[in-house]
Design a protein around this ligand. Sequence first.
Ligand SMILES: Cc1ncc(COP(=O)(O)O)c(C=O)c1O
Length: 403
Amino acid sequence: MSNTSVVQSSDAPSARNAVRALRSSQIREVANAGFGNGDVLPFWFGESDRVTPRFIRDAASEALNSGATFYTHNLGIAPLREAIARHVSTLHGQTSVDHVAVTSAGVNALMLASQLIVEAGDRVVAVTPLWPNIVEIPKILGADVETVSLEYGPHGWRLDLDQLLAALTPSTKLLIVNSPNNPSGWVLTRDEQQTVLDHCRRHGIWVLADEVYERLYYDDVRNDACAPSFLDIASRDERVICVNSFSKAYLMTGWRLGWLVAPAALMDDLAKLIEYNTSCAPSFVQQAGIAALGDGGSTPRQLVGDLRVARDHLVQSLQALPGVDVTSPAGAMYLFFSMPGAGESLALCKALVREAGLGLAPGSAFGPEGEGYVRWCYACDVARIDAGLERLRTFLERRGRGR
Ligand SMILES: Cc1ncc(COP(=O)(O)O)c(C=O)c1O
């Protein structure tokens, strides 16, 4: 028998309260409802069905074969930081390497930014409906997250600017805005952005801008367009942090590579946080990132052209279905729309996957403000969208007839 004394507790082992209180993924719940049904057309996840372009994969293979298998600097290898700084400078004005850090994709960048800024008990404001990770991450750190909801009207999703400014009180630590937005496709206008930035400056509020969909922007007919960014109007050393990623614009979701643009004064502390989270992004993946940025923007340009066609086709087809209310969003790669039964979106999406083999994301996955809507990711070819539409049509007809 061991003589080591063991402290016994009557409680079962459990995680911290803040962690246990995190929401679990409702999209996952819908996907689970489809287990056993091999014939599901999935439009629920936020990624394209296209594989990463060949030249990017080749760059990673070459790097791997030449031995890029070691740790790198916490903030990323110098050539990638330089490439990102050049890329950001081209899109948004002069940006030096001192303001750039490489991260393990956007979600890690969001976590790092929150760890840099947010303390337990801090008040954080987020514009919703929103990809759930963005709202949950500050809660892991013990922050109180308050939400300001976009509103849906005849012209699509809109921000009530006065409501947002009223929520941004002097006691607010951080504002989180994701534009172009997941799930709604809403895009913050330049004027709104300027008003929000001025207000945050007055009250010393940090802005965390999630701009991972900036290249997926349709309001400008040029395919190399970019959505309005806080980087266009903010100086690099004020309280603004921008998150970006290779995942969406370069079809690199599985690679886990992204970046942060932040005040230079944060970089030493950021390097410490990266050390304790991931230490660095994988070396050969960083080499692939250099290749991705080096192609002159042809990957995002072609992607956004194809997405525009898919978006227009899906919007038109859905508008022809009875009871479906949908408008054409200005950015990202999702339609967030209402349809019969969407008042209980989780139940509807489970029924859609079970009865029709159609995988959509329930609006409630994006916060209570999203209830009444479903999200359809249209980053796939039109034939696949048509197959999904056919399933939706049949489902609605069956329901209309009371089955
Ligand atoms: C708004 C938003 N931000 C960040 C991310 C993170 O993407 P990744 O971690 O793949 O860069 C996503 C992914 O869906 C997203 O929708």
